[in-house]
Design a protein around this ligand. Sequence first.
Ligand SMILES: *[C@@H]1O[C@H](CO)[C@@H](O)[C@H](O)[C@H]1NC(C)=O
Ligand SMILES: *[C@@H]1O[C@H](CO)[C@@H](O)[C@H](O)[C@H]1NC(C)=O
Ligand SMILES: *[C@@H]1O[C@H](CO)[C@@H](O)[C@H](O)[C@H]1NC(C)=O
Ligand SMILES: *[C@@H]1O[C@H](CO)[C@@H](O)[C@H](O)[C@H]1NC(C)=O
Ligand SMILES: *[C@@H]1O[C@H](CO)[C@@H](O)[C@H](O)[C@H]1NC(C)=O
Length: 264
Amino acid sequence: MLASALLLTAFGATVFAAPVFPDLTAAAEAPETIDTMTEYFTLLAEKVQQSRLVSAAPVCDLSNAVLPQSMSNPPLPPPSSGLVVKHVAIGRGTQNYTCDLSNSTAVPVATGAVATLFNVSCIAATYPDLAKMLARVALEFNLTQSEASRKLAPSNLIVSGQHFFTNSTTPFFNLDVTSDLKLGEAPCAREAGSPAPSDAPRGQQGEIAVPWLKLKARAGATGSLQEVFRVETAGGSAPATCNGAPASFEVQYATQYWFFEKPQ
Ligand SMILES: *[C@@H]1O[C@H](CO)[C@@H](O)[C@H](O)[C@H]1NC(C)=O
Ligand SMILES: *[C@@H]1O[C@H](CO)[C@@H](O)[C@H](O)[C@H]1NC(C)=O
Ligand SMILES: *[C@@H]1O[C@H](CO)[C@@H](O)[C@H](O)[C@H]1NC(C)=O
Ligand SMILES: *[C@@H]1O[C@H](CO)[C@@H](O)[C@H](O)[C@H]1NC(C)=O
Ligand SMILES: *[C@@H]1O[C@H](CO)[C@@H](O)[C@H](O)[C@H]1NC(C)=O
């Protein structure tokens, strides 16, 4: 894919369809939202300018994609040697929690997550700074709308998969959901975690960003998928206590998921 096409994809506008500006979430009224949107569209405009100036526009080459490094302690272990990037997605959805209401000192317990995955492979490989902003920007927009249009608001990035839990310790990724892109399925297990950087984007209600993770595929994975990384997280954490919380609740989050495969 050429740079110009890539940027149109990130911009959400094409010459074929009149762009319908998606709804911001009701919660996204904080002044930071305006700053986030301004930064994002300013960066996009810069990339468009730059791509006009270069004679050979960069093309989508996943071998150029570099997994963002965690700066926190402990850092995440790197991908195992010999693995290559197969896919990069923005995951946009909810982290689910429960609270034991019969216990006045109970803390929220994570019960899993549900997210829709949107294909950002080419953006991550070509414009990592733009990709970094996408989770934060996506968190400000209504997921119902992105799911209905199958495009990550406010972009034209299309759905590439689904993420959910099959039991409390098995995050599952299905990258076989679209007809043209069957990249495999992977039940996973957590191998390591690293706190999100202190300046990571907060959630719609100011929630801390969930940790960065390294997941290993369990038996039964297809498409040669071996490892999945959750990085550049935005929002998603539960409050520290169950004070005033219902028995079960959801916290909106967005993140990048990086899928690594063993080349055949
Ligand atoms: C999200 O979008 C859907 C469909 O357009 C709409 O019904 C819903 O009210 C919106 N939710 C929020 C929180 O804006
Ligand atoms: C989506 O990602 C894959 C690889 O991860 C890439 O080959 C493909 O071209 C992408 N599709 C679109 C429409 O961007
Ligand atoms: C988590 O949230 C999703 C999305 O709303 C919901 O469909 C699912 O039932 C919830 N799961 C749990 C275990 O609460
Ligand atoms: C109440 O919650 C606290 C904090 O999670 C826990 O240590 C304690 O064992 C719980 N008490 C009961 C009776 O479940
Ligand atoms: C969850 O599912 C995985 C994979 O099927 C299995 O290995 C594990 O034992 C299960 N754990 C629980 C707590 O059920």
